[in-house]
Design a protein around this ligand. Structure first.
Ligand SMILES: Nc1ncnc2c1ncn2[C@@H]1O[C@H](COP(=O)(O)OP(=O)(O)O)[C@@H](O)[C@H]1O
Ligand SMILES: [Mg+2]
Length: 242
């Protein structure tokens, strides 16, 4: 990823990671935190798509992940449901006041722990509770701005049904406008196999590659290889697809 991004995600960016089901969003998000924690950064993961216990059960099977990072408090996993119940937000829809309470809670946690890498998995489930498009925009914009001020680099995971070029790279059509960066993860069928790919569509502040990369979820982490036949000729030569 650092190579694709010509150095990595600029500090303090809010990046939308939009992908289809099973494309590896959660794994990529967790590896992003693990790489930060390895160099001593405090990290947080807010999970809304699966309970934290289940998330950790799945992720601990990868050898890049070490439960010690959880035990030592370097990676902090929060269940969104628990956060909602702390805030008295166990309701189907959020109004402006609720949205601001939620932003405050997330920012307070980031501030208290000194989090510099954050993953919200996913903003789609969260935004379903916010009924107006304007309020979703406000929520993401205000949250992103506050996190950037705190020097926190954030991955907002979004679930999309299709990652094709004509599709929106967000579930609500507003997230993409607000994000500093957009990483798309999708599937492509090739010779009877459903292959995963990743593409950086936008990243403010860096002259990144916009080629498609094949993804393999390996025990060591997310492995990316240029998909030469998809026009990655300007990128590092790879063996995949040869
Ligand atoms: N230990 C593992 N090693 C390699 N791949 C795995 C492992 N566990 C799960 N997977 C793959 O990861 C996929 C789920 O990835 P995940 O990051 O949860 O996707 P998403 O969050 O985009 O839905 C599974 O469908 C499976 O193919
Ligand atoms: Mg997931």
């Amino acid at each position: 990823m650092d190579e694709i991004l010509r150095g990595g995600i600029p500090y303090g960016s809010t990046v939308l990671v939009a992908g289809t089901c099973g494309s590896g969003k959660t794994t990529l998000g967790m590896e992003f935190l693990v790489r930060g924690a390895t160099s001593g950064e405090a990290c947080a993961h807010f999970t809304a798509t699966e309970p934290s216990v289940k998330l950790l059960e799945n992720i601990r099977q990868y050898s890049f992940f070490d439960m010690k990072m959880i035990d030592s408090g370097l990676i902090n996993v929060f269940d969104m449901d628990v956060l909602y119940s702390w805030l008295g937000l166990e309701k189907a829809s959020f109004d402006l006041q609720d949205v601001y309470a939620l932003i405050k809670a997330i920012v307070d946690i980031v501030n208290t722990i000194g989090v510099t890498r954050l993953v919200i998995d996913s903003v789609t489930t969260l935004c379903y509770k916010i009924k107006s498009e304007q309020l979703i925009r406000d929520f993401l914009f205000t949250l992103g701005k506050k996190l950037a001020t705190l020097g926190c680099t954030t991955l907002l995971i979004a679930e999309i049904t299709s990652a094709t070029e004509n599709a929106h790279w967000s579930s609500f059509g507003v997230e993409e406008a607000i994000a500093d960066g957009i990483i798309v993860m999708g599937d492509v069928e090739r010779m009877g196999h459903l292959l995963r790919y990743l593409q950086v569509v936008k990243m403010r502040g860096t002259q990144h590659s916009r080629a498609k990369y094949a993804i393999e979820l390996t025990p060591l982490g997310v492995m990316l290889t240029p998909m030469l036949k998809w026009g990655a000729l300007n990128d590092r030569a790879g063996s995949w697809g040869a």
